[in-house]
Design a protein around this ligand. Structure first.
Ligand SMILES: NC(=O)c1ccc[n+]([C@@H]2O[C@H](COP(=O)([O-])OP(=O)(O)OC[C@H]3O[C@@H](n4cnc5c(N)ncnc54)[C@H](OP(=O)(O)O)[C@@H]3O)[C@@H](O)[C@H]2O)c1
Length: 264
């Protein structure tokens, strides 16, 4: 059965459709893949980019959610399907993505807030996809201001004792490690503010646009950063100090390489 979309997100989709103008013929249109685009920030980003005339490939955890996405955003160009709690489905997603040539941008947006699959969905899936998929020109990873109180502790990771905040630190760490490994790709982790999606909750204080405009501004080359944690299109002033610790970044990447069998 079709699942209702978040009502605040629906309001923002209406606003985007009403106000966003398409790019002119002499402006560059890009091709973008967004994971977790069935609701929330991924869906609003997809709607904005479609309203501008870019090519957008979405992602849903299963066929029903893909149908829900086609219902709400019929202009979406195609949808890949994979449940990111299942490593085999993540690997199949990477294979399936080969039918699309040369993404300009991949946004690793899908995420969960709790449960035993936190590390698998929020960290392992984007790590595996980054290594298995053809490399785009630009990579964006959704972190969170919560990364600031997240902890990096390898023993806790091995025992699957991680919090949401920890995984949002880890995703920023792997984004920065990938940035060092692939200097030819523009790679940034971003904080999307705190907005009232299903995950953010009804009382979230920030304006919805903060959650997707950094991605849009990177894609449309209105801002130009690489290897920088961004919020509201600007560098985060006081990121978690672990992000400045190269030994921690290397240790986490080595662990992920050992766990997945995939190296940079
Ligand atoms: N909202 C905020 O204030 C906030 C703040 C900081 C960071 N973030 C980050 O921003 C990203 C998007 O968050 P959001 O607020 O838009 O959350 P959301 O509304 O809950 O949307 C999450 C998206 O990820 C998908 N997803 C979750 N688990 C999945 C799985 N196992 N396999 C495949 N897809 C899965 C969801 O699919 P379904 O629709 O099928 O559930 C949905 O499309 C996340 O990475 C989150 O950590 C959000």
């Amino acid at each position: 059965m079709a699942r209702k979309h978040n009502s605040e997100v629906l309001k923002e989709l209406k606003y985007i459709k009403k106000t966003v103008r398409p790019l002119s013929d002499n402006e560059t249109k890009k091709s973008i893949l967004i994971t977790g685009s069935t609701d929330g920030i991924g869906l609003m980003t997809a709607q904005y980019l479609k309203s501008r005339g870019h090519t957008v490939i979405g992602h849903a955890r299963n066929q029903q959610r893909a149908n829900d996405l086609y219902d709400i955003l019929p202009a979406i160009d195609d949808i890949l399907i994979a449940d990111f709690t299942q490593l085999s489905e993540v690997e199949q997603f990477a294979k399936d993505s080969q039918r699309f040539k040369n993404f300009d941008t991949i946004i690793h947006n899908a995420g969960i807030h709790g449960g035993t699959n936190l590390f698998s969905v929020n960290v392992v899936a984007p790590y595996v996809l980054t290594l298995l998929m053809d490399k785009p020109k630009q990579l964006i990873y959704l972190s969170s201001m919560d990364h600031g109180w997240g902890k990096y502790n390898l023993d806790n990771i091995k025992q699957n004792k991680v919090s949401y905040a920890d995984t949002k630190l880890h995703i920023a760490m792997i984004a920065l490690a990938f940035d060092q490994a692939y200097p030819e790709i523009q790679i940034n982790p971003i904080e999307p503010g705190w907005v009232p999606t299903n995950m953010g909750g009804q009382g979230a204080p920030d304006d919805m646009a903060i959650s997707y405009m950094t991605q849009v501004n990177l894609i449309e080359e209105k801002i130009n950063y690489s290897g920088t944690l961004l919020v509201d299109s600007k560098p985060v002033k006081n990121p978690n100090s672990t992000l400045l610790n190269p030994d921690a970044l290397t240790e986490l990447m080595d662990y992920l390489a050992e766990r997945t069998g995939l190296t940079v």
